[in-house]
Design a protein around this ligand. Structure first.
Ligand SMILES: Cc1cc2nc3c(=O)[nH]c(=O)nc-3n(C[C@H](O)[C@H](O)[C@H](O)COP(=O)(O)OP(=O)(O)OC[C@H]3O[C@@H](n4cnc5c(N)ncnc54)[C@H](O)[C@@H]3O)c2cc1C
Length: 464
């Protein structure tokens, strides 16, 4: 039986991954989640009108998301995700569809071969993109690189890119991956993304898809694992402050005034929810935690349309020169056998849409669907829903790297997890899992592990 107990505040992916990794170290986690359900920013809910489960937003991952996939395996859910073998997706521009499809070649050559059959960029543009990729390969990213102070658009233009390549290639990848435009993200993060995705193995940029609702995938499966290995998960528990004894964090106080003790406490919260918990607050202070005050967020709006018949023949399509951005065939992705089709339009960097009414969005997006997918003209819309996530991801604007704090804080007994902490990854499920793994490793180092559990993951590693 575990002899040590650690409190994890937050039942999103970072908190759940922290708990799973603590268990793998023989430490008992108690996860405290404010809301009645787990999953944080990756959850699903049942729409009573149609008795169907809806994700709060389409979540995809790529092959390079190793720790996320290992985490899904650890909680016994590998059969609930699917990873393609290489990158392959259709891109619609006007009425013309062209595929970004990797050929069966070794390593990065496979990823670069996507350009061969891609007709939305001309031959000169393709040469430009190859030049850009070569510059990315030659760029060394060091911890104090000034590239974080430059925006990616400027960097790309300084390395031979033009409007055509930026719009039809670079931003096609950047916008959904970083939830922001090339003009807004730091060159450092953009270069890092392309290094990982396109200059690595053919598996790295391959798209991965959840096959079940997000709450089941990341929430229920984790709860089952944690509880069946001696941990606890308590939902509906709002943590309001940390308990300090002799300068050390030894527990938390909840909104109900309950005290819950532990040998260490992990905040697996977004930055804005973490800072109010710091003893003494951060206002007027200039310390380790101060940069977290500057973490900014970006919205995602998901448009759900239920048609009475199929309108999309592919599983997903990226759309250029249209507000549609990315269109997913949820019916096919979740292998449902309904007669009609549930379409999800995922709008990244959605400032333009976040304040529009449901009726306005319905008019705009049903019309756009008809323009891009002729089958939608004959189809009837049975139901229409919008999910707005105003703080969907943290932004990777120039200068934002300094806002990403390490998982071990200067306050003894207090650790950080959360996608926004320093993981080297943008705001993703992979970053959330990595942050949780790092926090748990630091704790195991600092307070010592309990009895070695039989469930230690092959991915367990010591932090530097
Ligand atoms: C619409 C949308 C689409 C996305 N698409 C993708 C994608 O395609 N691929 C991808 O990899 N990522 C995607 N993301 C990002 C991904 O969901 C996040 O990076 C990840 O879920 C963050 O997890 P987290 O645990 O760090 O934070 P969170 O999920 O925010 O978890 C924090 C938890 O803490 C809880 N909490 C807050 N305050 C308290 C308190 N005082 N006491 C107790 N609990 C508290 C919250 O309720 C929440 O459950 C998307 C996000 C959204 C919103």
């Amino acid at each position: 039986m575990p002899t040590r107990t650690v409190i994890v505040i937050g039942g999103g992916i970072a908190g759940l991954a922290t708990a799973v990794r603590l268990i793998q170290h023989g430490i008992k986690p108690i996860v405290l989640e404010k809301r009645p359900f787990l999953g944080g920013r990756a959850y699903s809910f049942t729409d009573s009108d149609i008795d169907s489960e809806i994700d709060n937003g389409q979540h995809i991952f790529i092959g390079a998301c190793d720790q996320f996939q290992r985490y899904i395996g650890d909680i016994g859910a590998s059969d609930q995700i699917r990873l393609e073998s290489r990158i392959e997706f259709p891109v619609l521009k006007g009425r013309e569809t062209s595929w970004l499809r990797a050929k069966k070649l070794p390593g990065p050559l496979a990823n670069l071969s996507v350009l061969l059959g891609y007709r939305h960029v001309g031959i000169m543009g393709k040469l430009r993109i190859l030049r850009g990729m070569a510059s990315i390969k030659l760029t060394r990213l060091s911890a104090n690189s000034t590239l974080d102070m430059v925006n990616l658009d400027d960097w790309l233009r300084a390395h031979g890119q033009d409007n055509e390549t930026i719009k039809n290639f670079w931003n096609l990848i950047i916008l959904p991956s970083l939830n922001d435009d090339t003009t807004a993200v730091s060159a450092y993060t953009g270069i890092e993304l392309f290094k990982i995705a396109f200059l690595g193995s053919a598996r790295n940029p391959a798209l991965g898809i959840p096959l079940t609702g997000l709450s089941k995938l990341v929430g229920d499966n984790a709860r089952q694992f944690i509880e069946s290995h001696g941990g606890e998960v308590r939902t509906g528990v709002n943590v309001t402050s940390l308990k300090v004894e002799n300068g050390r964090i030894v527990g938390v106080r909840t909104a109900n005034n309950d005290m819950i003790d532990g040998e260490a406490v992990v905040s697996a919260l977004p930055a804005a929810a973490m800072t109010p918990l710091i003893p003494g607050g951060t206002v007027g202070r200039d310390d380790f935690f101060t940069p977290a005050e500057s973490v900014k967020t970006a919205p995602i709006v998901a448009v759900h349309i239920w048609y009475d018949r199929p309108v999309l023949t592919e599983n997903f399509v990226a759309v250029l020169d249209s507000p549609l951005q990315w269109v997913f065939n949820d019916t096919a992705l979740k292998s449902r056998t309904e007669l009609g089709q549930h379409i999800v339009i995922s709008l990244s960097g959605a400032w333009k849409w976040q304040d529009r009414s449901k009726q306005e969005l319905r008019e705009i997006f049903t019309a756009e669907m008809e323009k891009s997918f002729p089958l939608a003209k004959k189809a009837r819309v049975n139901k229409f829903t919008i999910v707005k996530m105003l703080e969907a991801t943290f932004r990777v604007v120039p200068g934002s790297r300094r806002t990403r704090l390490p998982q071990r804080t200067p306050i003894p007994g207090f650790y950080l997890a959360g996608d926004w902490t320093d993981t080297g990854w943008p705001s993703t499920m992979e970053s959330a899992v990595r942050s949780g793994n790092l926090a748990a490793e630091y704790i195991a180092n600092d307070i010592g592990t309990g009895i070695q559990s039989s469930v230690v993951s092959s991915g367990s590693r010591q932090p530097e």
